[in-house]
Design a protein around this ligand. Structure first.
Ligand code: ATP
Length: 362
């Protein structure tokens, strides 16, 4: 079977990191003939040129594809009249209209990377942040109000259906893992602010109802303010963390900072029928075009895409390919020669890609 991948390279460093990921996938023995990469335009630059950040033809192609691979979107100053960034519309449209409700962000300290957490070495940080991706604070985008130039509101939206499905996904993920590194316990932690807002208290109530069906997995809770401390002090305690959209966005960036920064932040946004894969970093325009962007986050996102397609279509060759790519990235980083500037190394984007390509072939 051949899989169609809709590719949107996007803005800033997006084209560099997206091309890097495709180059690596095409280097995996036997994989090139199974993937058909089709490129489409979208994003801030496309908006600047045409007045449309997400053309219908691009959206339709994404909807029809087996998976979507994205570089990065958004450029400062390319905004709508209300001040919000035009380039972000592409990803948001996909999230809401393709119902990509689960945003999975693996947090792993790879060999060769020095964590700013001095007590933690590679092999000691490895957990998942699962961000609810279609509700919460961001569901209000474009729907907020500004009254008399004095009062602004955006509304939090939480539904029982939304909580149930993201919570179930969190527990299913925990079942597939080996537990937290600290104690080997399978654990799902809910990150919220249930002591202050009714919507989060409701989230916790429904979370507990779903958790009752998973007695083999420990449940745990942390208020988001405390969580920012825990992720620094005891990242090895965590296995799977589930959070509302806005909180998940924030804590996953903090978590990425503990394992090498935004260049090491793979992500997969999936629903029941569609999958969208990109690193969680932005378009980093200040380093665009310089061949210094870290491509590993996007390469690892592409590996997540292979795994997701492989599982959906029961195609072991893609699952195996995902493992080959992940192992090659780890090896490239561990050797030191695959470390880009943001990781304290001297590899250019193309040096890192060349090395990962050699490793996937060997
Ligand atoms: P967004 O709001 O879209 O997430 P942002 O402007 O807040 O984007 P990023 O574009 O993610 O943030 O960049 C944050 C910082 O991380 C910048 O200093 C950027 O240079 C750096 N950075 C992000 N991605 C990479 C990467 N792949 N390689 C190297 N540095 C990166």
């Amino acid at each position: 079977m051949k899989y169609t991948i809709a590719v949107i390279k996007g803005d800033g460093i997006g084209p560099e990191v997206c091309t890097a990921a495709i180059t690596v996938l095409q280097a995996v023995p036997g994989l090139a003939s199974k993937l058909d990469f089709c490129e489409y335009p979208a994003g801030a630059e496309h908006y600047r040129l045409t007045g449309d950040a997400c053309p219908k033809a691009t959206f339709d192609a994404c909807k029809a594809a087996h998976a979507i691979l994205h570089g990065a979107a958004g450029l400062p100053g390319v905004t709508y009249p209300d001040g919000t960034e035009a380039g972000l519309d592409f990803g948001l449209k996909l999230r809401f209209e393709l119902d990509l409700y689960a945003n999975l962000r693996p947090i792993k300290l790879h060999p060769g990377i020095v964590s700013p957490l001095r007590h933690f070495s590679p092999g000691q940080i490895d957990y998942l942040v699962l961000r609810e991706n279609t509700e919460g604070m961001y569901a209000s985008r474009s729907g907020g109000t500004i009254l008399r130039d004095e009062i602004a509101t955006d509304t939090m939206l939480i539904t029982r259906k939304g909580i149930e499905r993201i919570t179930r996904r969190a527990f299913e993920l925990a079942r597939m893992r080996n537990g937290a590194l600290r104690d080997g316990k399978r654990r799902v932690t809910l990150c919220d602010k249930a002591n202050v807002l009714r919507s989060y208290a409701f989230f916790r109530k429904v979370f507990n109802e779903v958790a009752a069906s998973y007695p083999d997995i420990e449940t745990d809770y942390a208020y988001v303010d405390a969580m920012t401390v825990y992720l620094v002090e005891r990242p090895d305690f965590y296995d799977v963390i589930v959070a509302e959209n806005l909180f998940g966005d924030i804590i996953s960036d903090l978590a990425a900072g503990t394992v090498g920064g935004m260049g090491m932040s793979p992500s997969g946004e999936t629903g029941d029928d569609h999958g969208f894969f990109q690193a969680s970093h932005g378009s980093a325009p200040t380093i665009a075009g310089k061949n210094i962007a870290n491509p590993h986050g996007t390469i690892l996102s592409a590996a997540m895409m292979l795994r997701w397609i492989g599982e959906r279509h029961v195609d072991q060759s893609l699952t195996d390919a995902a493992q080959i790519v992940e192992a090659a990235v780890s090896q490239a980083l561990g050797s030191g020669t695959g470390l880009t500037q943001d990781l304290g190394g001297s590899a250019s984007t193309s040096d890192a890609v060349r090395l990962v390509c050699q490793l996937v072939k060997s």
